[in-house]
Design a protein around this ligand. Structure first.
Ligand code: NAD
Length: 255
């Protein structure tokens, strides 16, 4: 490891497991102090303990402005708050005609308003620290339409818009804001295969497998570090080429 985040404090939401946990481990390995926030408190403490003393578990429900204030207060006591990864999210499939307003609203509250509250909470301390990097976990579902993704897709499309807006407003503060758009990533969020070869589900994308949390974490590290110093308001896809299109279904023959 090269200490790309040495001396920096990061908050990562939804870090009890999955991509957030992978990002926390990588950021600590690169020299950061990381505040891991989640509502799964038992798993959160286990994850932080496994990473080591520079990983700090803190219950953080991203829909609570009070929780955000407490998290930022805790983080700034550790050092300069330079990174926020709005990674917490929930996923649910539902056809539009069966979607309820309450369920739709709950999805937006966590996936969109949660990130919004986090961005508001870190803006001041990050500006005082001379700037920083905010990374919002959107999705490939924030770039195209998928069946049964009305609420989830809407939340991820909106997060993309919020990302660009913040990048425009906060560039002069030295705060960069970018979004990551994963395709299928093998975490608890991805439904288990119905049976047989798990890779068959991804045969219609150029890299015919699900991605790993570590592969997304490497991108998050790039965006958190000075390696991406000229990138803001940008959208970074990590989807095995799924959005690029399907691989050819027939063998080319010379005519
Ligand atoms: P995951 O389900 O393993 O992790 C999500 C985490 O968010 C969980 O630990 C959960 O407890 C936490 N969380 C949920 N509600 C919360 C709240 N109110 N406050 C704080 N934490 C909360 O899934 P993951 O794959 O690691 O997902 C990480 C992010 O990546 C999410 O934003 C997700 O939408 C996005 N994403 C995932 C995939 C995928 O295929 N796994 C694809 C595209 C985008």
């Amino acid at each position: 490891m090269t200490g790309r985040l040495a001396g920096r404090v990061a908050i990562i939401t939804g870090a009890a497991r999955g991509q957030g946990a992978a990002e926390a481990a990588l950021f600590v390995a690169e020299g950061a102090q990381v505040v891991l926030g989640d509502v799964l408190t038992d798993q959160l403490h286990e994850t932080a303990a496994a990473i080591g003393q520079h990983a700090h578990a803190l219950r953080l429900d991203v829909t609570s402005a009070d929780d955000w204030a407490a998290a930022v207060s805790f983080a700034t006591r550790l050092g300069p708050l330079k990174v926020l990864v709005n990674n917490a999210g929930v996923h649910r499939l539902c056809p539009i005609e069966h979607e309820t307003l309450d369920d739709f609203r709950r999805m937006i509250e966590i996936n969109l308003f949660g990130a919004f509250l986090g961005m508001q909470a870190v803006r001041g301390p990050m500006a005082e620290a001379g700037g920083g990097s905010i990374i919002n976990l959107s999705s490939s579902a924030g770039m195209t339409g998928y069946a049964y993704h009305a609420a989830y897709g809407s939340s991820k499309w909106a997060l993309r818009g919020l990302t660009r807006t913040a990048a425009v407003e906060w560039g002069s503060l030295g705060i960069r804001v970018n979004s990551i758009h994963p395709g299928p990533i093998a975490t608890d969020m991805l439904p288990p295969p119905a049976g047989g070869d798990p890779d068959r589900r991804f045969a219609a994308q150029p890299i015919g497998r699900a991605g790993t949390a570590d592969e997304v974490a490497q991108l998050a590290l790039f965006l958190a570090s000075d390696d991406s110093s000229y990138q803001t308001g940008a959208e970074f896809v990590v989807d095995g080429g799924a959005l690029a299109g399907p691989p050819p279904t027939y063998q080319w023959q010379p005519s």
